[in-house]
Design a protein around this ligand. Structure first.
Ligand code: AHR
Length: 559
């Protein structure tokens, strides 16, 4: 089946403008349905269209878009990652083995550490040397009250023993195959400590006192850390700077840092959500002495969270809340384009790329997790859709985004894992990362979706969300297509056209449930997991039914 692109887009736009359903452009050739309950049966004909313009490449999807974030916050490090060598919990040199094993399955490209807000209170010297001599410090988050009126208790989550420091972080990265991304302290340590941390990590064996300190901790050879964050959220916990002040600090911290043959990539701390002015003013000041300053910036790091409102949480929400959260997550699309255009005012050739080094859905903590594990919850199918539509957004902007780090890896916010002592489970977000790993390093190609939009209410006011969304990437003749159907009850039968190629064969993996609140727990760790189904192309194209409330990955072989 071939669809003329101009006609397709024209009809899609007209249908969207009318807020209506498209009528079939071509006869239905096949309907590959997933077995579901009554709601799926509502889609009797192909009410949606997806055109994949494989001859319109956007850019290579940087694997680092699938990156992670680890902060000394709540139960992320202690006991999410670090359980200790003597623990009864299976571990590799003190690092939770189950986490390493599961993480390796999703090919983690990069991990950001040690914060977050914690980074600007962290002295890296506290975390090196003999473990029993390391100081115990008050964690940045020590006074943050756990939700649900629970009481914080003393413990490693509040008073950091510094058992997990630079060498342990690098070991964790090596075990999982990820590159380290270290966020340095700008608020409370001088620039000298920044370049000496670089020296500790990257100076050749035996060259300096710093490399000897590293060797004494068991790592003779340099770590070769490339990614260095210059502070975190300097507009807030990172120092309450103005963009002008921060731009000046950025220039100073990154000036004349020894490289030791490593291509250092500095990441500047960017805006909070839609704060376009932070972006404009930073770049204006940075380039005040000439555009050469842009050479020092590898990425401009945006942070954006969506989350529950009112007394809702990760599991307790209404159908309107479901749509509301997905709509707020979808704001990532406009944030990317808005900050990209602001950057262009001082950097018209886009030397500096975008990074989103904190993103996710942030809910209140769950009562099943210890009180000190701030914002720890298992996440639900709704969070999986947040992950999927956000990763699709990043894929579609592969020409702009070079890295993203979901917040955070384990036991807090939009985590992929939950753990407590010997209990461990993957969340629905993990499954999305596993399904989407196939996009890493692929060529992102343009997609055009058209589907009936969804009406819902927020605070009594009418709102709308798109009917189907997603992204596609190509590796030679293998096409990976990921699609989100956000409709709570209706399946979407979608005619899929691959312009300029024919689909030979394919398979689908779907994450979905009839229960919008489906989630995993320590007792039921596989309550929500993806299923594989067949895809049957007919005459080189296909019609695929996307179940309600689903994330689907299609893997199609093209001729
Ligand atoms: O991820 C939790 C916190 O959110 C981070 O420490 C901070 O950077 C952001 O505000």
């Amino acid at each position: 089946m071939t669809i003329d692109r101009r006609a397709f887009i024209g009809r899609a736009a007209a249908a969207a403008a009318a807020g209506s359903c498209l009528t079939s452009l071509t006869p239905l050739t096949s309907l590959t349905g997933l077995t579901r309950d009554a709601p799926a049966l509502r889609a009797q004909t192909d009410d949606s269209r997806l055109e994949i313009l494989i001859d319109e490449p956007i850019g290579t999807i940087a694997p680092d878009i699938y990156g992670h974030f680890v902060e000394h916050l709540g139960g992320v490090v202690y006991d999410g990652i670090w359980v200790g060598e003597g623990s009864k919990v299976p571990n590799v040199d003190g690092i939770r083995k189950a986490l390493v094993d599961e993480l390796r399955k999703i090919k983690p490209p990069v991990v950001r550490w040690p914060g977050g807000c914690f980074a600007d209170s962290y002295d890296w010297r506290d975390g090196i040397g003999a473990p029993d001599k390391r100081p115990r410090r008050t964690d940045f988050w020590a006074d943050t009250r756990p939700s649900l009126n629970r009481t914080a208790t003393p413990g490693a989550q509040r008073f950091d023993p510094n058992r997990f420091g630079t060498n342990e972080f690098i070991r964790f990265c090596r075990l999982t195959g990820a590159a380290p991304y270290i966020a340095a302290n700008v608020r409370s340590l001088p620039a000298k400590d920044f370049y000496q941390w670089v020296e500790y990590c990257n100076a050749p064996a035996g060259a300096t006192t710093m490399s000897e300190l590293r060797a004494a901790a068991g790592d003779r050879e340099p770590f070769g850390v490339r990614y260095w964050g210059v502070g975190n959220e300097p507009w807030g916990c990172g120092g309450n700077f103005t963009p002008e002040e921060y731009a000046t600090e950025f220039r100073r911290y990154t000036a004349w840092v020894p490289k030791y043959g490593v291509d250092l990539k500095y990441i500047a701390a960017g805006p909070n959500g839609g704060d376009r002015e932070w972006t404009t003013r930073f770049f204006r000041t940075l380039t005040a002495r000439g555009p050469g300053a842009l050479n020092a910036v590898f990425g401009w790091a945006l942070h954006y969270y969506c989350g529950s409102t009112g007394d809702r949480n990760a599991i307790q929400f209404t159908t309107d809340d479901w749509y509301d959260l997905l709509t707020r997550a979808d704001r990532m699309e406009s944030l990317v384009t808005q900050h990209w255009s602001a950057m262009a005012e001082s950097d018209p050739s886009h030397k500096v790329k975008l990074i989103v080094d904190e993103w996710g859905a942030w809910h209140a903590g769950s009562a099943d997790m210890p009180a000190n594990y701030l914002w720890a919850y298992p996440g639900s199918l709704r969070d999986a859709l947040v992950a999927a539509l956000t990763l699709d957004t990043f894929n579609r902007h592969a020409d702009k985004i070079v890295m993203a780090n979901v917040a955070q890896l384990i036991n807090t916010i939009h985590s992929l894992f939950i753990a407590h002592e010997d209990k461990f489970a993957v969340t629905p977000n993990f499954h999305v990362f596993a399904m989407y790993a196939a996009h890493q390093g692929g060529q992102s190609v343009r997609t055009v979706f058209s589907s009936p939009s969804i009406a819902f209410a927020r605070d009594g006011r009418a709102q709308a969300l798109w009917g189907l969304g997603g992204s596609a990437s190509l590796r030679e003749k293998e096409l990976t297509v990921t699609v989100v159907n956000p409709h709570a009850t209706d399946a979407r039968a979608c005619a899929i056209a691959t312009k300029g190629a024919v689909v030979k064969e394919g398979r689908a993996t779907v994450l979905s449930s009839t229960d919008l609140r489906a989630h995993n727990s320590f007792e039921h760790p596989s309550a929500l997991a993806p299923r594989d189904t067949a895809v049957t192309p007919r005459a080189g194209s296909l019609v695929h039914t996307f179940p309600p409330a689903s994330v689907t990955r299609l893997q199609l072989s093209l001729a």
